[in-house]
Design a binder for this molecule. Sequence first.
Ligand code: ADP
Ligand code: MG
Length: 386
Amino acid sequence: MGKWTVEELTPGKTVEATFWPNAAEGSAFKLRATHLDGRRTPKVVLSNDERIVAGVPCVVRVVVVHKPEREDRGRIEVEFVGRAPFRIEGVYLDPVVSKKLQVCLEGGLNILLDGPQGCGKTVLARSIADSLGMAFVFFNCGAVVEASDFFVTIQVRASASGAPVTDFIKTDILIAIEQAADHPETRYLVFLDELNRCQESARNALMPALDATRRVFHPIENTFIPIPDNVQFIAAVNRGREFSGTFGIDAAQLDRFAPLQMTYPPPHAEQDILARRHPELSATNLEIIVAVADAVRNAPDLPGTLSVRATDEACVYLAHPLFAADGKRALPEILKTSFCGRFTGRWDDVTSDAGAVWALIRKALATFQIAVEEPGSKPGSKRGDA
Ligand SMILES: Nc1ncnc2c1ncn2[C@@H]1O[C@H](COP(=O)(O)OP(=O)(O)O)[C@@H](O)[C@H]1O
Ligand SMILES: [Mg+2]
């Protein structure tokens, strides 16, 4: 797409731009851009809107175009509308979820990412921090038993005399809360991964602290300390397709987080993710792997699901010289391992989940003209690629 025409840039139009400090001498405008939506503008784009941060992509609205009749002069004045949508290299994010996420981040709301395992909650949280220039604090909640475990770990060691001494060691969360108070200019993103896996009582003690009271007990200083406003929390919970109950989070506590539902990337997006990581694999092979995974994910009555890790693992096998020579014919064996292996039971036990998955894999592979032997057929008779 070429340069904008003045006629296209009517007042009220919203577009994306990245501004930089305006170096032009004597100009009344502090910020300047030369492209809107990636296209060159016929006149310089200027703004004094305080909400625009230099170097950070944002969405702006055209307010007025000065001297529209002249080719060589004039300016386009714009005002800030909002932060530009996330566009994170290598991470797929549903556009609707992306919008909601921005609203929550701008409003300083705590966010609960809720989705099946391996749908990208962790990579997303990390990328948000990267793209917004926030300091990222990763905390896995799996080992938390008591609420204080979020803030300190207790270590017992022997003193010189041999008597046991208890050391309190600050967790990254506590360190971030302390640092945030000293560095109000830095925004901290504390990511509470797998919040569903910690003890329910600990979780329920934590939630109001994050939101309603915004203060936490500092077990070393033995006092409550405030959580500064420049600390934002994102929690992630894994749940399968069952969507049953609230994984032990009290409804009133859950209410303090803005929940965002995530799902697996659509097949085309997953193929793109995998193609970027495994450029040596053919588009057809990637299509097959993703299509089979999609069939398993969409099958009714299967507890558990397949993450993007599972499709990624299949790609790692297929790209390896030990399997690559067989091409497509290696797929049944690989999927048996990477897909069936993630369910209970065995691939050759038709009554088990893994067996049900194997049946789904065979059926899906057949649509790509890849035939597979049935479980129970005699070993030695053309294995893997009948
Ligand atoms: N939407 C996505 N975009 C890019 N990569 C993804 C996406 N979802 C999953 N992945 C990849 O799959 C793996 C697992 O993702 P992760 O973020 O750890 O999942 P979760 O935290 O939801 O369990 C990672 O290697 C990640 O890069
Ligand atoms: Mg995760």
